[in-house]
Design a protein around this ligand. Structure first.
Ligand code: ATP
Ligand code: MG
Ligand code: FE
Length: 345
């Protein structure tokens, strides 16, 4: 089958044509960095308006790249949440219109499921179950992935996401937006032991994350004027690595009592593009005799190939959606864990 994937949940407009045999027939991405840069971050209204202008020609361009028309497509998949609701609605309405016009089924994809399944697009040998570190701009979670639509959340952040911490650190250091890759580049020239920074929740009993305290410490270090920016960047990145590894160690020591224990450690989401984080995770997997899978960099940050692929996985199981399905600003992968946290558990 061939699936048209559409992504518009944040500041990337994207369209892709993905085969269920993992062929990437086309993928197009249009960032909106220039529109948001003057504001130092993503402005929801500007993003939604940009998606309106960009998406339709972008989808046509992707079809042209693949030498296909809408008639050749078996289903239309679009991000239906979570994310900035204006942008999500633009992408979902566009997908509905195309699905209706061409008489094809609609697949409403959870953006996080797109990230979570993206490693399976890149690596055909990756089988369920796997232990997933989902690290992105809005999320930092450890999940057990047992199958399509089967996610058990073992941990989440109690405040900021890891990507958010990278972006704020970039802002504090005056590196601009988007920040993650800039912090990583600057960290390469710095000394990771130069600035003492906290490792929030290190060693705590539950495998949850916290990055707000780290961000405040970065701000204090920068304001003190006694550290080089490259040393702050390197020390910050090292602190994030330590937190991720410690929390994953904790999750690994607890996940064995829940049925078949995952034999593969997988990382996905924009922060998974970070080289220091990838190598630390690979070393962790080696220590635990686990396989390690990380998608190629372009598949880590937001894109439509992962949405098309999640669509292909759902299509293969007959999981299509009605045309009146609503966009969702919030949409947890594991609603039970989310409800439990909401109740203070
Ligand atoms: P979510 O998926 O949670 O809705 P999002 O879609 O905005 O959030 P992604 O596109 O998956 O997030 O990831 C973007 C995040 O990844 C940003 O916070 C960005 O700073 C971070 N990021 C990208 N590249 C790197 C890198 N090389 N090192 C660290 N962080 C990075
Ligand atoms: Mg972006
Ligand atoms: Fe994302």
């Amino acid at each position: 089958a061939i699936i048209l994937g559409i992504e518009s949940s944040c500041d990337e407009s994207a369209a892709a044509l993905i085969g269920s045999d993992r062929s990437i027939l086309a993928h197009r991405l249009a960032g909106q960095e220039d529109a948001h840069r003057p504001y130092g971050g993503v402005v929801p209204e500007i993003a939604a308006r940009a998606h309106v202008q960009i998406l339709t020609p972008l989808i046509q361009a992707a079809l042209d790249d693949a030498g296909l028309t809408l008639d050749d497509v078996d289903a239309v998949a679009a991000t239906a949440g979570p994310g900035l609701i204006g942008g999500v609605m633009v992408g979902l309405v566009t997908a509905k219109a195309l699905a209706m016009a061409a008489g094809k089924p609609l697949i409403a994809v959870n953006h996080l499921e797109g990230h979570a399944l993206s490693p399976r697009l890149a690596d055909a040998s990756l089988e369920f179950p796997y232990l997933l570190l989902l690290v992105s701009g809005g999320h930092c979670q450890i999940l057990r992935v047992d199958g399509v639509g089967q996610y058990r959340r073992l941990a989440t952040t109690i405040d900021d996401a890891a990507g958010e911490a990278f972006d704020k650190t970039a802002k504090i250091l005056g590196l601009g937006y988007p920040g993650g890759p800039k912090v990583e580049a600057l960290a390469k020239t710095g000394d990771a032991r130069a600035v003492p920074l906290p490792r929030p929740l290190l060693g705590s009993a539950e495998p949850h994350f916290s990055f707000a305290g780290l961000k405040s410490a970065v701000l204090r270090a920068a304001q003190s004027g006694s550290h080089r920016p490259e040393d702050i960047a390197a020390s910050f990145q090292a602190a994030v690595v330590d937190c991720l590894i410690d929390r994953l160690e904790k999750a690994l020591s607890g996940s064995a009592d829940e049925g078949e224990s995952p034999r593969t450690l997988v990382v996905a989401g924009g922060v998974a593009a970070n080289g220091a984080i990838r190598s630390a995770l690979e070393a962790l997997a080696n220590r635990h005799d686990m396989g390690f899978v990380a998608p190629p960099l372009w598949l880590c940050t937001d894109n439509a190939a992962m949405i098309g692929w999640a669509g292909a996985e759902r299509f293969a199981l007959g999981l299509t959606d009605p045309l009146d399905i609503a966009a969702r600003p919030r949409w947890p992968l594991d609603p039970q864990a989310e409800a439990a946290r909401g109740a203070g558990v």
